[in-house]
Ligand binder design. Structure first.
Ligand code: ZN
Length: 362
């Protein structure tokens, strides 16, 4: 009898609170995770950020514009949101020699700055360093303000141009003369090391960033591929061995999961900086920890986007940095986390937006 009452009560409860349950359909069993797109229901502050509070130097972008019209459209968007200057980082995928790359933007060169790549052609030949330095100096004379984006996700600097630096990691002894030369020429090294930690963890139900992690998973079982810790070590070796060269680790050094560790590295190496490009999702999900970090290390953080040229992109990033908005959704970044604003103090915004960039780029 007791059991019957219990079952009846459970049935009534199910109808009231889980209507789908009672009709044999259970959405949680059929809805694909990739299709889950909840809309926030909260009646809370929604800021309409119209412009950056202070002029912005975007130190991490790429050659996204395909035509002159697209460059002009981009500049219009920059103007609207207060982006004074955008640094275009060279990357193997641009497929243009540095001079052509600069030429493409030359009518607008007061709005863009350029970084070049190391030339790894004939890396195994004995006089490679000499030729690579000549190529670096040539780019510097053409206006290169830094070297990057270098990118080592395990197999060396695969962003090199015209030849990728396969299996050449930043602490390779042959790179030392180039890194020193960069220090001498006051050209920061801008490098993407590893990937967010979710991409190295098992792709299973416990993976905190599952959707993005499964797309960008790093397979460290491939022969020759360095893992996350080995990459961090190779990076740290180079930063430690070249104190007169400035290193900008892109994307919070892909260390959003441990800002205490990142802070310790910044404490240890005064020549180390980070940019915040392309890691809005990974930082905005921990707004209080990230805000404290950005305030504490405000002198070492650079603004960057790495995310195209649209107005929405600028608006989203500024909203995260400038407002106290919470629990808002930006589908583009493909995590199922809500976004939250950092509401950074003006003093911090000024440093991140332009002061630090003006200090380290010449
Ligand atoms: Zn990039």
């Amino acid at each position: 009898m007791k059991l019957l009452i219990k079952r009846t009560l459970f049935f009534l409860f199910s109808i009231c609170f889980f209507p789908s349950f009672s009709f044999g359909q259970n959405l949680e069993d059929t809805l694909l995770l990739k299709n889950y797109e909840p809309h926030s229901i909260f009646n809370i502050q929604i800021s309409n950020v119209k412009v950056a509070k202070y002029p912005v130097i975007d130190t991490h972008s790429h050659d996204y514009a395909k035509t002159d019209d697209e460059i002009r459209e981009w500049i219009k968007n920059m103007d609207e949101y207060g982006i004074e200057k955008t640094y275009l980082l060279s990357c193997s995928w641009i497929g243009l020699p540095f001079e052509k790359f600069v030429e493409k933007y030359s009518p607008y060169k007061n709005r863009f700055a350029f970084c070049c790549s190391f030339d790894y052609t004939d890396f195994d030949k004995p006089d490679w360093e000499k030729r690579a330095i000549e190529s670096l100096v040539k780019c510097h004379k053409l206006g290169a303000v830094g070297v990057g984006e270098m990118g080592d996700k395990g197999f060396g600097d695969l962003y090199g141009y015209p030849t990728e630096g396969r299996n050449i990691h930043l602490d390779n002894p042959k790179l030392k003369p180039l890194l020193e030369k960069c220090g001498e020429l006051k050209m920061p090294i801008i490098i993407h090391i590893a990937e967010p930690i979710w991409m190295y963890q098992p792709i299973d139900r416990y993976n905190d960033g599952l959707i993005n992690a499964s797309k960008w998973k790093v397979d460290t079982t491939q022969i020759g591929c360095l893992g996350y810790e080995q990459l961090m070590k190779s990076f740290e070796n180079a930063v430690a061995a070249n104190p007169k060269t400035i290193f900008i680790a892109c994307h919070y050094l892909n260390m959003n999961q441990d800002l205490v560790r990142l802070g310790k590295l910044l404490d240890k190496y005064p020549n180390l900086y980070i940019d915040i490009a392309g890691r809005m999702a990974e930082s905005s999900c921990t707004p209080r920890a990230t805000r404290s970090f950005l305030i504490q290390y405000a002198d070492r953080v650079l603004f960057g986007t790495d995310n195209g040229t649209t107005k929405e992109m600028y608006r989203n990033i500024l909203r995260i940095l400038q407002t106290n908005d919470e629990h808002f959704y930006i589908p583009d970044y493909n995590y199922h986390w809500y976004y939250n604003g950092f509401n950074l103090p003006d003093k911090v915004l000024k440093k991140i937006y332009y002061k630090n960039a003006k200090k380290i780029f010449h």
